[in-house]
Design a protein around this ligand. Sequence first.
Ligand code: ZN
Length: 244
Amino acid sequence: MKRILVISDVHSNLTALEAVLADAGKFDETWCLGDLVGYGPDPNECVARIQGLPNLTCLMGNHDLAALDSLSLEAFNMEARRSILWQRERLSAASLDFLKSLPGGGVERGKAFLAHGSPRDPIWEYVLNSQVARQCLQEVSSRWCLVGHSHFQATFQYLPDLDDIQIFVLQVGDRHQMTERAILNPGSVGQPRDRNPRAAYAFFYPGKGFWEPRRVAYDFGSVQRRIMAAGLPQRHADRLSGGI
Ligand code: ZN
């Protein structure tokens, strides 16, 4: 059964990324839904590690776009802005080339549509409620839509009997069969915001339509120390312990 590793919002946190890859074991393909950089201390290391993952499809996120200097920083709060400027100074030519090569729109892979934010606004829109989820599913014909950006590990599932969309936080570690249309978010590897500090990711099994959300503990203390040593905003260190 083909197994696809789905990661998103790594945000320059190499320790979390390595923990995810160690926990994941073997997989056939990699889908990375964007925001490789921003916030954390290891931008080049994360870009290089992701670049080397097997059969990679990788999208551009809003922080990746901002690191390329191609959009105004106005859209970010002061602290996020500081870390973007910090990353701009440190990203190597090779990292920049890779980030530049990433698609800024959504891409289709089989019955799945992949976007960083949402299918109708792939870079910026957050899917956080059922109304937006419904509008987004209307936007594409693909059966499943995979998004990141919100840093919430959750699924928005269409329930045909009720003609409604419901948000589910599915049991971690179980394979859930996605029989109906759904928006699937693997959560964030490097900066979870769903009050669970463990790195979030998922497996997708496209043949059967299985979605398997996963979490793994990692040494966030070492990342917090690197964030502080780099002179990055303290808040980006603090939030890692609470997953907020
Ligand atoms: Zn992000």
